[in-house]
Design a protein around this ligand. Structure first.
Ligand SMILES: *[C@@H]1O[C@H](CO)[C@@H](O)[C@H](O)[C@H]1NC(C)=O
Ligand SMILES: *[C@@H]1O[C@H](CO)[C@@H](O)[C@H](O)[C@H]1NC(C)=O
Ligand SMILES: *[C@@H]1O[C@H](CO)[C@@H](O)[C@H](O)[C@H]1NC(C)=O
Ligand SMILES: *[C@@H]1O[C@H](CO)[C@@H](O)[C@H](O)[C@H]1NC(C)=O
Ligand SMILES: *[C@@H]1O[C@H](CO)[C@@H](O)[C@H](O)[C@H]1NC(C)=O
Ligand SMILES: *[C@@H]1O[C@H](CO)[C@@H](O)[C@H](O)[C@H]1NC(C)=O
Ligand SMILES: *[C@@H]1O[C@H](CO)[C@@H](O)[C@H](O)[C@H]1NC(C)=O
Ligand SMILES: *[C@@H]1O[C@H](CO)[C@@H](O)[C@H](O)[C@H]1NC(C)=O
Length: 437
């Protein structure tokens, strides 16, 4: 079942032969010929004057045995995409320093260890579905566009001692206990670490994340230290037991903490959140400290945090540009600087000694601009209001979103802030976020 011919054919091709094969690619047996040829042309021009042993070799192949990989030992650079698949035990890719293309190891269900001398992969490095792989050693690896480690249920270590440049990281469904190889990264596009059941800490040097940072549903007592992080587009945390953000100043888009177990959440240096700020389903959460947060550009949601009785730590918050939804059993809600909510406001607590007076005042001054306003506490100090002049037919997004709360306040809180079936929870959440904008 070995598909060696493509490999052998590709291994030692000179640039001349390649140029020819590009023209006659229709005769090639395999699928990725076009891609390989086009990416080759770039590099071969610079390497054309090399000596007889090619330092750059072209490849578009699936290796299914160590002997296939040994063919590349004389190549410093492989141009094209290399895949390892099939019935290998241990395997290694020696001497090759650069893959100008992507490198994939997947469905090699007999692979137990793998090592490579690679320094650079310009495309994606993927290890996926390797059921008994325990050790992956990329000790020289410095630079990769994308790393994907997915479904590696036996892996004990992914070693890449020098990683300094990675745009996208996905680590999902692995048995990794440490992300030490990734701790040197100071800047990434996105990093998504999810469902790694034995991973209980992420101590990161990241300073900026231009897209999304997600750490969700890893080991149950996960400690996440993001103390160098200055700004990130999105941050999403789930099932985290402790999180720290000593230097965080800006969230350009969304900050979402859902279903965590931490007792407190502090980001005192955070100044603005571009879109949604959402703290939901964090049982055990007792305190929030966002002392310098002045503005939230989208929805502001604090809901279903069962132990959160006092909501303070937002003393600088002056403006919420989306809707505000604060639902729980709190007896204190201190938003003393708040003077503008552009969307609706829904404040509901099961505590009987919360007073709506401060929020009512804000509403009556016209500083809550959405069509809907609700503030209810459990008993007598209950005040409910919804804009009498509500233009029911010509509803804006926020009016539609909360129009249910006029007809049935308790039902709306369930729909907007919680009561999702666990299975649909993550899927349903973006709908809530969208509804709040
Ligand atoms: C995975 O590899 C096995 C042989 O090792 C093969 O029979 C199977 O078709 C492969 N599956 C995929 C999805 O490539
Ligand atoms: C996020 O905001 C910071 C601070 O305003 C800014 O420096 C950074 O460029 C922004 N990032 C993105 C991706 O917009
Ligand atoms: C991240 O931010 C972008 C906008 O910059 C948004 O479209 C996307 O939905 C966000 N992702 C999450 C997980 O919040
Ligand atoms: C937050 O909780 C941790 C332990 O869970 C504690 O060590 C820390 O002092 C707390 N911080 C604040 C600000 O309450
Ligand atoms: C708010 O920010 C200022 C300066 O950015 C800082 O000195 C202060 O410690 C912050 N407040 C809190 C409570 O962290
Ligand atoms: C509200 O009542 C709870 C007990 O039900 C009490 O612990 C809390 O101190 C009270 N808060 C205020 C502001 O009265
Ligand atoms: C909070 O979540 C739990 C579990 O999903 C649910 O039973 C409860 O009704 C929710 N509470 C609120 C106030 O939404
Ligand atoms: C919270 O996380 C646990 C696993 O850590 C999961 O079983 C549960 O369904 C999650 N709840 C929600 C509402 O996402």
């Amino acid at each position: 079942m070995q598909i060696k011919s493509t490999l052998l054919q590709a291994a030692l091709l000179s640039s001349t032969v390649l140029a020819a094969s590009k023209k006659s690619s229709s005769s090639s047996s395999k699928t990725t010929t076009t891609k390989t040829s086009s990416s080759t042309s770039k590099t071969t021009t610079t390497k054309a004057s090399s000596a007889s042993v090619p330092s750059s070799c072209s490849v578009s192949a699936t290796a299914t045995a160590q002997t296939d990989l040994d063919q590349y030992a004389s190549c410093k650079t492989l141009v094209g995409d290399l895949t390892i698949s099939g019935d290998l035990g241990g395997a290694s890719l020696a001497n090759v320093e650069t893959i100008d293309g992507s490198f994939t190891i997947k469905n090699a269900t007999g692979l137990t260890t793998f090592s490579a001398d690679l320094k650079t992969v310009t495309g994606t490095l993927t290890l996926e579905g390797l059921t008994i792989l325990t050790q992956a050693t990329f000790g020289q690896l410095e630079s990769v566009d994308t790393i994907e480690l997915v479904t590696l249920p036996a892996i004990e270590a992914f070693e890449a001692g020098l990683l300094t440049s990675v745009d996208t990281v996905l680590i999902s469904d692995t048995s990794l206990t440490s992300l030490d190889s990734f701790t040197g990264l100071t800047s990434v596009g996105s990093i998504d670490i999810n469902n790694n059941k034995y991973l209980v800490s992420f101590d990161s040097s990241l300073e900026t994340v231009s897209d999304a940072l997600t750490y969700s549903f890893n080991g149950a007592s996960s400690v996440v230290s993001l103390d160098d992080l200055i700004w990130a587009n999105n941050v999403t945390l789930s099932a985290v037991d402790s999180a720290s953000f000593s230097n965080l100043q800006y969230i350009n888009s969304s900050f979402e903490c859902i279903n965590n177990t931490f007792a407190n959440l502090t980001a005192s240096g955070l100044k603005t959140v571009g879109k949604t700020f959402s703290i939901q389903y964090n049982d055990g959460l007792t305190s929030l400290s966002f002392n310098n947060l002045t503005k939230v550009g989208g929805g502001f949601v604090i809901a279903n945090n069962t132990d959160l009785k006092i909501i303070d730590g937002f003393e600088s918050l002056t403006e919420v540009d989306g809707a505000m939804e604060i639902i729980g059993s709190f007896s204190e809600l201190d938003l003393s600087s708040l003077n503008l909510v552009k969307g609706a406001a829904d404040i509901e607590t099961t505590a009987s000694n919360y007073s709506c007076s401060a929020m009512n005042k804000l509403h009556s001054k016209g500083n809550i601009q959405g069509d809907e306003y609700t503030c209810t506490a459990a008993t007598s100090t209950s005040s409910k209001a919804s804009s009498a002049t509500k233009k029911a037919a010509s509803t804006s997004g926020s009016a539609t979103a909360t129009s249910g709360s006029t007809s049935s306040s308790s039902k709306s809180s369930g729909a907007a802030a919680g009561n999702f079936a666990p299975s649909s929870f993550m899927g349903a959440f973006p709908a809530v976020a969208a509804l709040l904008l």
